[in-house]
Structures are given as structure tokens and as C-alpha cells.
Design a protein around this ligand. Structure first.
Ligand code: PMP
Ligand code: GLN
Length: 378
């Protein structure tokens, strides 16, 4: 069989979660919470189902949810998106990203990704017939290297994918970074796909710098987010895309033929739940406390801690603990020590190994403590 994606196997997240389950390891690999969401949210889904909200919603998403998303973006980032023509509800961020790519990338177009990057981006671009242009983030700090990004842009460049807060490195782009990107793209037609799924998990600093805050970026951007991350419901697979009307029109042409629309009762539940901003306004403090608990424990191990400025990830350098390559180390850690992690090499096309692995701290405190007790033995 001639395959379309010969280089693609099973994702590292599935591989590590399967191994963790087989070995009874504490799973700090794949990013998802091990605690339940707010019971009010579950009740809201039940209520919607009981009220008979069980048939197809509009192709673009339930209107009240699009309105709630628009209100949230307006109050947090100061830009108004028209719920009718500029916001589309998607089956998670994953579908939003591939749909945006399929909507705008033509065969031969170049698309810039900043490595390390989330594992779906590259196969998505390849499926659209685009050419992937990999620009490394600065080794060690994972900061954007604007000289290299500028050097990668040429008349064939159709889009750039940016992800802040960043998976896997947990770095966050500053306002200065976003202004620099805005300036760099200003003389070009390059589109921006801004993966902001961890928008409500930014610690210490001046908050999330959404592309929506920067007119020159927002005008060319598909802004992607995910309710799974924000409300502790990764399995619900609901997210959204906010983009100017002409981009949304193109997005919806693809969306209507790959999913058409998304789970009705869950959309109604999310719309009513979003009326109160408290849950997402409290999320940074909620995760910052877990990050600090986890980091304090890790500081007593031989791992070297990297900064965690946002997201629910914590990266560590393993050099003082093991000589194994990252991927082998993660398997060994899962089977022998009972804690699963993700190798950063999985986020690079060439498997670049810098002796760094990623832990997810979206876990109950007791889960984190159990993992830390095990890691302390290393
Ligand atoms: N982008 C990034 C950076 C992610 O970490 C994830 C989730 N792991 C996604 C996209 C996909 O989000 P969803 O589960 O809503 O499809
Ligand atoms: N985004 C999650 C992570 O980075 C995993 C999502 C998935 O399993 N595809 O861990």
C-alpha cells in the first residue's frame, strides 16, 4: 500500500499511556487531568440532554456558545469577534488546527513550524500537500529566534504555526515577542495559526499574550483554543477557532465536510457554564500551586528543573540521572520506577535528543506526591 504518511506511527502519548497502564505506573506522560471536572458542568450536560437538545446544532456551533466565546475574548484580550461570522466551534483544538491548515495551505505552499512542536502539526501540513519548514526554538531556552524565523519567510510561505503557552517546553511568549512577530509579518501575506490551548494557564507574569491583542496578528490569525484544557474535560473534544470573517469563511468550507458540527448537549452546557468567568480566571492560581508543589519535590531529586511559565507541563534535564537516550529513559522510568514521562525528542522531526523529558502536573496532589516519592529514589 502506498501510504500518505509513511513516517507516522502511533503517537508518543498513546505509547506512553499504554505502557503506564500495563505497568501500573503513575502517568505523568500524556497531558490530561486525573481529577474530575466541576459537577455543575456534568449537570449542565445532563440538563441539556433532558431538555431534548440532542439533534444537530448549526454547522458553526451553538449560537450561545459562540456568543460566550466572543464575550470572553472581548473581556480578556480586547478584540471583538462576531459570533456569527468569526467564531466556529470545533471537535477540540486538533480538528481546529487541521481544518485551518486544510483550508488555506495549497500544494507547494511552505508552512513554518517552530521546533519542538505539537505532534499533529507536521502531518497536518503534509496532508494538505504543504512543505514543512522547521525553525528551531533557541536550544536550551526554547525562546523564538526571530532572525531565523525572518530568514525562513519567502514568497512561498503561506502560514506560521505558533504555540504559547508552549507544549512541550512550558515557555510563554512575552508581549515583546508578539510585537516582534507582528512587525516581522507586517510586510507579508503570511497567515498565523495561533495554538492557544493553554491560554488560561500562565504563571507569574503578565498573563497570556493572545494574538487577539495584536491587531496586525489578529487580522491574519486563526486563534485556536480548547475547552478540554480549560475545564478539565480533555475527553469531550470541544474547542473553537476565532478568525476574521474571510478566514472563517474558508475554514467553514472544510469544517462542514470533515465534521460538519460538534456534540450538541456539551456545547449548550459549556455555553451556560461560561456565563461565570470564575473557573478560568482561577485556573492560573490552581495550576501554579500544583506546579510549585511538583517543583519543590523535584528540587530534591537529581533532575535539573527547567522553567515552567505556563501550560501544565514541567520539563527536566535527565543528564545527572541517566545516560539513556530520552525515549529509552522514559520507558525505563515507567517500567522500573513507575512514573511515565514524555521524551522531548518526540516533538522534533529528526528525533533531536537534548536529555530533556516532560512531566504533566495536571494531577491530584496525592498523585504528584506518589510520583515524587518514586522519583526521589533515583
Ligand atoms: N495543541 C496543543 C499544543 C496541545 O497540547 C493539545 C492537547 N494535547 C492540542 C493542541 C489538542 O487539543 P484537543 O484535545 O482540544 O484536540
Ligand atoms: N496534548 C496532550 C499532550 O501533549 C496529548 C493529546 C493526545 O494524546 N493526542 O500530552
Amino acid at each position: 500500500l502506498q501510504t500518505k504518511l509513511p513516517a507516522v506511527g502511533t503517537t508518543i502519548f498513546t505509547v506512553m499511556s499504554t505502557l503506564a497502564a500495563e505497568r501500573g505506573a503513575v502517568n505523568l506522560g500524556q497531558g490530561f487531568p486525573d481529577f474530575n471536572c466541576d459537577p455543575k458542568l456534568v449537570q449542565a450536560v445532563t440538563d441539556a440532554m433532558t431538555q431534548g437538545l440532542n439533534q444537530y446544532p448549526p454547522m458553526t456551533g451553538v449560537p450561545s456558545l459562540r456568543e460566550a466565546v466572543s464575550a470572553k475574548i472581548g473581556s480578556m484580550y480586547g478584540r471583538r469577534y462576531d459570533p456569527a461570522s468569526e467564531i466556529t466551534v470545533t471537535a477540540g483544538a486538533t480538528q481546529a488546527i487541521i481544518t485551518a491548515i486544510l483550508a488555506v495551505v495549497r500544494p507547494g505552499d511552505e508552512v513554518i513550524v517552530l521546533e519542538p512542536c505539537y505532534d499533529s502539526y507536521v502531518p497536518n501540513i503534509e496532508l494538505a500537500g504543504g512543505t514543512v519548514v522547521r525553525v528551531p526554538l533557541v536550544p536550551g531556552t526554547f525562546r523564538p529566534d526571530f532572525d531565523r524565523i525572518a530568514a525562513a519567510i519567502n514568497p512561498k510561505t503561506r502560514a506560521i504555526l505558533v504555540n504559547s503557552p508552549h507544549n512541550p517546553s512550558a515557555t510563554v511568549w512575552s508581549r515583546a515577542d508578539m510585537l516582534r512577530l507582528e512587525e516581522l509579518l507586517a510586510p507579508t501575506e503570511v497567515l498565523l495559526i495561533s495554538d492557544e490551548v493553554y491560554e488560561h494557564m500562565v504563571f507569574d507574569g503578565d498573563g497570556h499574550q493572545s494574538a487577539a491583542r495584536f491587531p496586525g496578528l489578529a487580522a491574519r490569525a486563526f486563534i485556536v483554543s480548547s475547552f478540554g484544557k480549560t475545564y478539565h474535560v480533555t475527553g469531550w473534544k470541544v474547542g473553537y477557532v476565532a478568525a476574521p470573517a474571510p478566514l472563517t469563511t474558508e475554514f467553514r468550507k472544510v469544517h462542514q465536510f470533515n465534521v460538519f458540527t460538534v456534540n450538541t448537549p456539551v456545547q449548550h452546557a459549556l455555553a451556560s457554564y461560561m456565563a461565570d468567568p470564575t473557573p478560568y480566571l482561577e485556573l492560573p492560581a490552581f495550576y501554579q500551586r500544583k506546579r510549585d508543589l511538583f517543583r519543590e519535590g523535584l528540587a530534591r531529586t537529581k533532575f535539573k528543573l527547567l522553567p515552567s511559565e505556563g501550560s501544565y507541563f514541567q520539563c527536566v534535564d535527565i543528564s545527572a540521572v541517566s545516560d539513556l537516550p530520552e525515549a529509552e529513559f522514559c520507558k525505563w522510568l515507567t517500567t522500573e520506577i513507575g512514573v511515565a514521562a514524555i521524551p522531548l525528542s518526540a516533538f522534533y522531526g529528526n528525533g533531536f535528543d537534548q536529555r530533556v523529558v516532560r512531566f504533566c502536573f495536571a494531577k491530584k496532589d496525592e498523585t504528584l506526591r506518589t510520583a515524587l516519592d518514586r522519583l526521589a529514589r533515583l
